[in-house]
Design a protein around this ligand. Structure first.
Ligand SMILES: NC(=O)c1ccc[n+]([C@@H]2O[C@H](COP(=O)([O-])OP(=O)(O)OC[C@H]3O[C@@H](n4cnc5c(N)ncnc54)[C@H](O)[C@@H]3O)[C@@H](O)[C@H]2O)c1
Length: 342
């Protein structure tokens, strides 16, 4: 295990890389621990949790709702959780988002450790202090900004992660490289998913590079007023097509990144050769790079985006690989280009 402390406004968060789940005991110095996880992770890794009280809920985004929070709170009361309890949220982004939210509101705040078990949770969801739940279909409508007390990475959880979840997580990894780190982009070009799945040192190096990127972007803008928005690269169009075309988040964001690269070429400075490299890298990591869409329908959904203001919409564009800019794009310009960028 090795530890790096990341500073987010007024809170320092220790991140323990390459750790073993058991080390949680020493790290919480004998406090009362309660594990929160989902039934899928629990079913596959029950032996890691033996001896601890476990609260488990049914896996999946559909359960990231207030009803699940209510059940968890009932369970915490049954387990006599108090202000000295440490909640340990072990799972993908759904578990860490719900865990963060419950820990923020139960008794007005109890201590929290996050143990991400999916690639997406490792490189994205656990970093930055955002937590919350969906309300019906409205994603992440309710929640708080609150940093965990620490984050622990045990890569042995990844041995059971399904292939499509690896691919899903790599969409965010490629996004980080595109907006912030040309060297990471080249590193991804040199390797492939199979190597990352089978080489402990390689995946641990990759996760750490991504935690560094996300942390540095978040630290500069904890409450998402400016710089943090670059992490939305590919997400504007991604969100517009994710539900309508029944795509996984990663596949939708991948198509969104291709569209954003096309737009960056047409109205920005991105060289076509750089755009081509982004498309090849996404395809190399099994991500979709095109889709048949109804352009008018996509434009109608884009108009409803929360990043829209009056006649423009904020887009994250690339000026080159590793450098993103936030640009207000007039809606009529977008409408003109939508056919070519999708
Ligand atoms: N807070 C943030 O800043 C932030 C950022 C990005 C995403 N998110 C949230 O993260 C969620 C998506 O995260 P996710 O993709 O991890 O989804 P998820 O938690 O639903 O996990 C995906 C699936 O993989 C399973 N799984 C997780 N780890 C496993 C393992 N080691 N072995 C076997 N199966 C495993 C889960 O049980 C689930 O079925 C969304 O709700 C999203 O809003 C939050």
């Amino acid at each position: 295990m090795h530890t790096i402390e990341y500073q987010f406004s007024d809170k320092k968060v220790p991140v323990h890389f390459d750790a073993v789940f058991n080390e949680i005991y020493q790290l919480t110095a004998g406090a009362k621990l309660i594990i929160l996880t989902d039934d899928q992770v629990f079913g596959l890794h029950a032996e890691k949790f033996s001896g601890y009280p476990v609260i488990s809920f049914v896996a999946g985004e559909a359960n990231k709702q207030q009803a699940t929070v209510n059940n968890i709170i009932d369970e915490l009361i049954k387990h006599e959780a108090d202000r000295n309890t440490f909640l340990i949220a072990v799972g993908g982004g759904v578990v860490t988002d719900i865990g963060g939210y419950v820990a923020a509101i139960y008794m007005r705040g109890i201590r929290l450790a996050l143990v991400p078990t999916s690639i997406l949770a490792m490189v994205d969801a656990t970093i930055g202090g955002k937590n919350g739940i969906d309300v019906g279909l409205l994603k992440n409508l309710v929640g708080t900004f609150r940093q965990p007390d620490f984050i622990l990475y045990d890569y042995s959880f990844l041995s059971t992660l399904p292939f499509d979840q690896w691919v899903n997580g790599f969409a965010e990894i490629i996004k980080h490289a595109c907006v912030r780190d040309a060297k990471l982009f080249a590193f991804l070009e040199q390797h492939n998913l199979h190597e990352f799945q089978n080489d402990h040192h390689l995946i641990s190096e990759l996760i750490e590079k991504n935690v560094n990127i996300k942390s540095s972007v978040v630290a500069a803008d904890v409450y998402e007023k400016g710089e943090r928005k670059i992490l939305n690269f590919g997400h504007t169009i991604g969100h517009a097509i994710e539900n309508t075309y029944h795509l996984s988040h990663g596949q939708a964001v991948s198509i969104g990144m291709v569209a954003a690269c096309n737009l960056s070429e047409q109205i920005g400075e991105l060289h076509f050769e750089e755009a081509r490299r982004v498309v090849s890298l996404l395809a190399k990591y099994h991500l979709s790079v095109d889709i048949e869409t109804d352009h008018e329908q996509v434009f109608e959904i884009l108009k409803m985006d929360k990043k829209r203001s009056a006649d423009t919409i904020d887009f994250i564009l690339l000026s080159e690989i590793g450098r993103a800019t936030i640009q207000s794009v007039p809606l009529d310009t977008l409408q003109k280009h939508i056919k070519e960028i999708m």
